[in-house]
Write a protein that binds this ligand. Structure first.
Ligand code: HEM
Ligand SMILES: CC(C)=CCC/C(C)=C/CC/C(C)=C/COP(=O)(O)OP(=O)(O)O
Length: 305
């Protein structure tokens, strides 16, 4: 007798729950966005009521999450072709694109509206620019067109400390502009070190990331070229006496480590991701670097004030 076929039970994970909506917000990347935004706010001169300050940081988090969700909505086709992203809620079929789009647009509009009403117009305007930059300039316009996508489009991720600062002061002065430049110059080594060891994914999806279009050697050279620029800019706030010794020493020490790791990447000639330990180390360190640098900025302002 033929055996009875097993009844197919749809796994619970095929249905969206709150965790899938949360995943749309790219929560891991958001940690650093929130931290740099909070540090921008804490480093700014003047006073902000703690509830308003909390609201401003929440708006930055929600807006960053909303633009991450819009990025996932727009790129579901690419995400489906990459191992790292294939299980995201939209390509995996757990959230339908229309629901994701509605969710993301509502959050983005809500975040800007609350920032405008509860905090100030300068912070709301900067928040709007950063959302539009991530969604239109990076995701829609540049990502599929040029290996410079993350250099130009990456500026979106440099806005949070400027927004945090503007939430307190209502304006933008030299220090927040330097913090913007710091993240702007940090993004290429951050991303290209990762892109080297996940190059295959981007090649499969046809995304023109630098290691795909110009190979590992050029990418490693570009990482090495950006690192001294990053270190140079990181020291300017201290040289201009906009920050104190804690920040200055942190920038010097972490900058030296960053440089040593970038040199190790440059000296590596491996093309097999399994032999890209220097690249993995630099990527992991890049995240720690930004956390510690912004922590030092706040420590300076509050401990040495
Ligand atoms: C265009 C610029 C950028 C690109 C293309 C990029 C890309 C990536 C990718 C693909 C990952 C891998 C892990 C993941 O999918 O979560 C990652 C990790 C990460 N990125 Fe970026 N990134 C950029 C800029 C930024 C910025 C500006 C920040 C924050 C200031 C940031 C913070 C992080 C953090 C914290 C992680 C680690 C997440 C984890 O623990 O897995 N990134 N980035
Ligand atoms: C306040 C505000 C709106 C902040 C902007 C948020 C932000 C951190 C933007 C930086 C860009 C970023 C994380 C790109 C990720 O690349 P990707 O989207 O190509 O990554 P993926 O391959 O993982 O989808």
């Amino acid at each position: 007798m033929a055996s009875v076929p097993a009844v197919s039970v749809t796994p619970v994970s095929d249905f969206a729950d709150w965790r899938d909506y949360f995943a749309l917000l790219k929560p891991r990347v958001m940690t650093l966005v929130v931290f740099t935004g909070l540090c921008g706010l804490l480093a700014a001169p003047g006073h902000i009521h703690p509830v308003i300050g909390f609201t401003a940081v929440l708006c930055i988090a929600v807006a960053a999450g909303a633009s991450g969700a819009l990025n996932m909505w727009y790129e579901a086709d690419l995400d489906a072709r990459m191992k790292r992203t294939a299980n995201r809620p939209i390509p995996a079929g757990r959230i339908d694109p229309a629901s994701a789009f509605g969710f993301a647009v509502s959050l983005a509009i809500g975040a800007v509206a609350v920032m405008a009403l509860a905090v100030n117009m300068a912070a709301a305007a900067l928040l709007t620019v950063s959302i539009l930059f991530y969604v239109f300039v990076y995701t829609v316009w540049l990502k599929r067109r040029t290996p410079q996508n993350i250099v130009i489009g990456g500026a979106a991720g440099a806005f949070p400390p400027v927004i945090g600062w503007a939430a307190v002061t209502g304006d933008v002065t030299a220090l927040p502009i330097l913090l913007f430049a710091l993240i702007f110059l940090w993004t290429p080594p951050h991303f290209w070190s990762l892109a080297l060891f996940v190059r295959g994914d981007y090649a499969n999806a046809g995304v023109p990331m630098l290691p795909v279009t110009h190979g590992a050697r050029v990418t490693r050279g570009q990482i090495l070229a950006y690192t001294p620029l990053l270190i140079g800019v990181s020291l300017v706030p201290w040289a201009m006496h906009l920050t104190g010794a804690i920040y200055g020493m942190t920038a010097a020490i972490l900058g030296a480590v960053f440089m040593a790791l970038a040199v190790a990447v440059f000296r590596n000639s491996a093309t097999d991701p399994a032999a890209m330990r220097p690249e993995r180390r630099l990527f992991a360190f890049s995240v720690l670097y930004l956390f510690v640098m912004f922590g030092a900025l706040v420590a300076d302002r509050w401990l040495l004030a």
